[in-house]
Write a protein that binds this ligand. Structure first.
Ligand code: NDP
Length: 479
């Protein structure tokens, strides 16, 4: 399958004609070609976006709402096609793509279609000065959206939907590793009546295509989700041009379990928070800290449940753990596991590649649990981003708060306890952007989403996203 760029409402190959291979990670085989887009392709997209901006920025809110809701509806009408494409491209179980990824992408459009009609700005009467101030929230112009491979359409649309709702025109690049559903989205946008040039999707590598987007002087804001190192690079390139930046980066999230937690619910959810999407979610609780009074029991039960997970071909309905996204990523994750003995850590289960019947070259890895001797080893400090979690006991709130915060990342934390005072104190003292108490990854799209420290700057979600994708202008009138 050969995919194409979507520029000015039409599909086209890259100007150079150069293509890259697209792999099916479940099989370890090439199954398609994607454009290796250059600066010139990005330039075409920016020209189209600029030309479309004037009309789109003054399209009524009802008009934008109608088109974005239509895109949402069409995603759901085509859910089987999209879920299949996402699963083949990424290696995630088809059931997960169908129950989570594609419905969430549809929700992103529906949510922001409605949110923009509720978005308001402030006004102030300057009493005594006979003046009134009001704030206009105006679209920025052409904005860039760059997304990663782990939740391809889910995160791509999480950026595009608010950008479009707020009246911007977009030049977007999905990960070169998982471009398929972004490609299909172009078709749906045209069918929904999105005017030409309002959304432009340019495929290719970060180094070439992504770099051309972040360097382009006409792209005034960049919304990026991906690795911390790439985020730092983008910040450096964008700073001299004073671009607005939203950076959602890596995580090394603590999952903190107290003895008074509701045990069965905690155990079930901890399996999910450890291994969903092969552990390739920035929010996965990759460091598990367990109160020492229940540590041995938890260890036994958690290992038993981990071993019961079915690693299998993503197309099979009963697969729990599909393939990792690429050979390179599998090797990176394996390299962390190989370090365990040298760090004094013990592999309690998993740690090995798995051969799946009829797909001997797929990138499968057994879900892995590692007991670590301390929080300062690399297994507890660096983002592995695979089906690998570490275990460590603790005794006191102060001790575990120290472990949780002593890491360069600060995306999310999960707390399992029924003690109210402890919950309130820890929620306040954890250095993260999101705290879940007695649950994990429960999302309400109105809430702010993002991290602190090396997990990023800025917040997405709800009105935060609409604020990011608009410029505030104050008007002061004297009477
Ligand atoms: P990368 O940072 O490698 O890539 C993310 C995107 O940036 C891709 O589209 C990539 O292109 C592109 N890119 C790479 N280099 C550049 C560049 N110089 N200029 C512009 N764009 C560039 O991350 P991954 O795709 O490997 O994603 C995994 C990471 O994403 C993990 O660290 C994870 O924690 C993080 N993440 C964070 C989330 C959050 O909300 N905080 C949510 C999900 C993931 P290409 O792939 O084509 O090279």
């Amino acid at each position: 399958m050969k995919i194409l760029n979507y520029i000015n409402g039409a599909f086209s190959p890259p100007l150079s004609g150069e293509c890259l291979d697209n792999y099916n990670p479940a099989e370890g085989t090439v199954y398609g070609q994607i454009p290796n887009s250059s600066k010139e392709d990005v330039e075409r997209a920016v020209v189209a976006a600029k030309a479309a901006f004037k009309a789109w920025s003054i399209t009524s809110l009802e008009g934008r709402n109608r088109i974005l809701k239509k895109i949402s509806d069409l995603l759901l009408t085509n859910i089987d096609r999209f879920a299949m494409a996402e699963s083949i491209d990424n290696g995630k179980p088809i059931a997960l793509a169908k129950s989570v990824d594609i419905p969430r992408a549809a929700s992103n459009f529906r949510f922001f279609a409605n949110a923009i009609t509720q978005f308001s700005s402030e006004s102030h009467e300057s009493v005594g000065a006979n003046a009134v101030n009001y704030t206009l929230r105006q679209p920025i112009g052409v904005v860039g959206c760059i997304s990663p491979w782990n939740l391809p359409l889910y995160l791509f649309t999480w950026k595009i939907a608010p950008a479009l709702a707020a009246g911007n025109c977009v030049v977007a690049k999905p990960s070169e590793i998982t471009p398929m559903t972004a490609y299909l989205l172009g078709e749906i946008c045209t069918e929904a009546g999105l005017p030409n040039g309002v959304l432009n999707i340019v495929h290719g590598t970060g180094k070439l295509t992504g770099q051309a987007i972040i360097e382009h002087p006409e792209i005034k804001a960049i919304s990026f989700t991906g690795g911390t190192q790439t985020g730092a690079h983008i910040a450096k390139v964008a700073a001299p041009m004073f671009k607005k930046l939203s950076l959602e980066l890596g995580g090394k999230n603590p999952n903190i379990i107290f003895a008074d937690a509701d045990y069965e619910e905690m155990l079930h959810t901890t399996i999910r928070s450890s291994f969903s999407n092969q552990g390739q979610i920035c929010l996965c609780g990759s460091r598990i800290f367990v109160e020492s009074t229940i540590y041995e029991k938890f260890k036994t039960d958690f290992i038993a449940k981990t071993k019961a997970l079915k690693v299998g071909h993503p197309s099979e309905a009963n697969t729990d753990i599909g393939a990792l996204v690429s050979k390179e990523h599998l090797e990176k994750v394996m390299a962390y596991i190989d370090r365990a003995p040298a760090e004094g850590a013990k592999i309690l289960c998993g740690g090995n590649r798995i051969t799946v019947q009829d797909a001997p070259n797929g990138y499968y890895l057994a879900p892995t649990v590692i007991e670590v001797p301390s929080n300062d080893c690399s297994l507890n400090q660096e983002e592995i981003f695979g089906p690998v979690v570490t275990l460590m006991p603790f005794d006191t709130v102060d001790e575990v708060l120290g472990y949780a915060n002593d890491v360069k990342y600060g995306l999310s934390a999960t707390l399992w306890t029924n003690n109210l005072k402890r919950t309130l104190r820890m929620s306040s003292e954890l250095h993260v952007g999101i705290v879940w108490v007695n649950t994990w990854m429960m999302r309400d799209l109105r809430t702010p989403f993002g991290g602190v420290k090396s997990s990023g700057v800025g917040r997405e979600g709800g009105f935060e996203a609409l604020r990011f994708f608009t410029e505030a202008k104050n008007v002061c009138m004297k009477y």
